[in-house]
Structure formats: structure tokens, C-alpha cells
Design a binder for this molecule. Structure first.
Ligand SMILES: [Fe+2]
Ligand SMILES: [Fe+2]
Length: 276
């Protein structure tokens, strides 16, 4: 187990009084996050004992202690009882992908930019760099089965191989491929449980993609994915503006106004405060 500085942790959460108001579950989540951030440092410490991961049953047992479900999109809740969801910046009349990146995809943006940056550094082709840039963005709307939701959201606007990579990165994350440079991440032992077995549709998707001619694309998304990323790192969107311009078919009327089969999904992300 990683040693934590209790005083620093409590003050980071807003002090003893604030921690006292947090539900048991919110405290557990905050601690989990805190430990994940410190993990990389701890791993570097020689002689530190291995971390004890929860079992899938222990993860399951936390469900009735929460007032929200883990699959809910991040735009729709604030798990910290000390904070509110806040008022969102208005969207322009004809919103582009960049507008959404700047004003709505705020939670996974840093993670996705860091992944796309890594893919650029690895010399990956643009269709896959774009997949890395987009791969987790849909989590603002829905986290459960996010590969499928994400592929659906972007499918009308991106190359077919980019949507394929977004869709199947979800399944490939659960399967190591040392040759490709992908090791099963400790983060998944932590969030799914050490003995977690992927759902049957994920196993079937893996078998399907393993033999597919585009296997390299979703695999690259998992290789360029970051499992101990720095939540505070500021990565610029600038290097990706041209890649988006060349590979993302921006509808003239704006995302959400274009009558595509997924326009309503963009509207939901643009207006998450709409009650119905
Ligand atoms: Fe993902
Ligand atoms: Fe990711």
C-alpha cells in the first residue's frame, strides 16, 4: 500500500469539516483518485510493497453505498459534495468539434490530448492520431460501454478506420499484447477488481478484432492511452487543429444541427441542463 500524508490529503479535500460532510463513498473515491495520482511516484520508490487491489466482488459491494452509478456521463454529475456542476459556457450557433473540445469535453480532454500527443510522437498515421484524440470524449455523456458510444458519436464525421479504432479500444484494453507494447494496466485492477472477467460481448469483440486487418488501429489507441496520466498537465490543441481539419467532416450547420443520425447526441452534450 502507498503511504499517504493524511494531513495533506485532508487539506486537499478542503479540510476536516469538508471531509466530515462527504459520504463514505465520496471519500473512498477521493482516496482512490489520490492514490492513483501518487502511484507513479510510489512505483519509483525502491522496496515499496505491491499494492493490494480490490476484488470484483468488493467493487460490486460499493454500488448500494453510492447515490449515482459509475456509468453516468461526467457532464451530468459532480461527485464532490463541496462543489456544484456550475453553469456551462454557451455554445456558438454552429458549433464545431473544437468548440465542443473547448466547452464541453472538458473532463477527458487532457487525457485525450496527452494520448494523441503520444501517438504523434510515436509516428502514428493521422486516422489513428484522430482516434486517440477522440477515444474517451464521449465519457462526458456516457461512460458505460464508452467505445461503442464514442464510435457512434463520431462515425458520420471521421474515416471508417478512426471509428473502428475508437469502438474497439474498449475491448482491447483488457487484453495485453506485449509485442505491440501494451501491458494490462494496474488501473484496471483498481477500478474493475483484480479477478475481473470482461463481459461476453467484450470477449467476442476481442476475438473479432484480433483477426481483423485493422487490428493495429484500436491496438495503437491502447498503446498510446495513458493509465497514469497527469490530470494537471496542460496540453495544447494546436498540433491537432490541422489533423482535425483534414480528417473530421465538420458539418456547415454545426454539430447537432446537421440532421445526422447522431445529431441529438451532440445536442445532449451541448445542453445537458435541458430537463426533457
Ligand atoms: Fe477508453
Ligand atoms: Fe483513454
Amino acid at each position: 500500500m502507498i503511504e499517504i500524508d493524511r494531513r495533506a490529503f485532508i487539506s486537499a479535500l478542503g479540510g476536516t469539516a469538508a471531509v466530515g460532510l462527504m459520504s463514505h463513498e465520496a471519500r473512498a473515491d477521493a482516496l482512490e483518485e489520490h492514490l492513483a495520482r501518487r502511484l507513479q511516484l510510489a512505483q519509483a520508490e525502491p522496496g515499496s510493497p505491491p499494492e493490494r487491489f480490490p476484488t470484483a466482488a468488493e467493487i460490486e459491494a460499493r454500488i448500494p453505498t453510492r447515490h449515482y452509478r459509475r456509468g453516468v456521463g461526467t457532464l451530468f454529475l459532480e461527485t464532490d459534495p463541496e462543489r456544484t456542476v456550475g453553469v456551462l459556457a454557451p455554445m456558438p450557433e454552429r458549433p464545431t468539434l473544437v468548440d465542443f473540445l473547448e466547452r464541453r469535453f472538458t473532463f477527458p480532454r487532457s487525457h485525450c490530448l496527452q494520448s494523441a500527443n503520444k501517438a504523434l510522437e510515436r509516428g502514428v498515421d493521422e486516422e489513428v492520431v484522430l482516434a486517440c484524440l477522440l477515444h474517451d470524449l464521449v465519457q462526458v455523456m456516457m461512460r458505460s460501454d464508452h467505445g461503442y458510444w464514442g464510435a457512434q458519436l463520431f462515425e458520420p464525421y471521421v474515416p471508417e478506420r478512426t471509428a473502428f479504432a475508437i469502438k474497439y479500444h474498449q475491448a482491447l484494453r483488457f487484453y495485453a499484447d506485449e509485442e505491440a507494447g501494451y501491458t494490462y494496466p494496474d488501473l484496471y485492477y483498481r477500478i474493475f477488481g483484480e479477478d475481473y472477467v470482461p463481459a461476453p460481448h467484450v470477449q467476442a469483440a476481442y476475438e473479432y478484432v484480433r483477426g481483423h486487418r485493422w487490428y493495429d488501429a484500436p491496438r495503437e489507441v491502447t498503446v498510446s492511452d495513458l493509465y497514469a496520466f497527469d490530470p494537471d498537465a496542460e496540453v495544447s490543441l494546436d498540433p491537432f487543429v490541422d489533423i482535425i481539419g483534414r480528417n473530421f467532416k465538420q458539418p456547415e450547420e454545426g454539430l447537432g444541427n446537421d440532421g445526422s443520425p447522431v445529431a441529438h447526441m451532440w445536442r445532449t452534450i451541448a445542453n445537458p441542463d435541458a430537463p426533457l
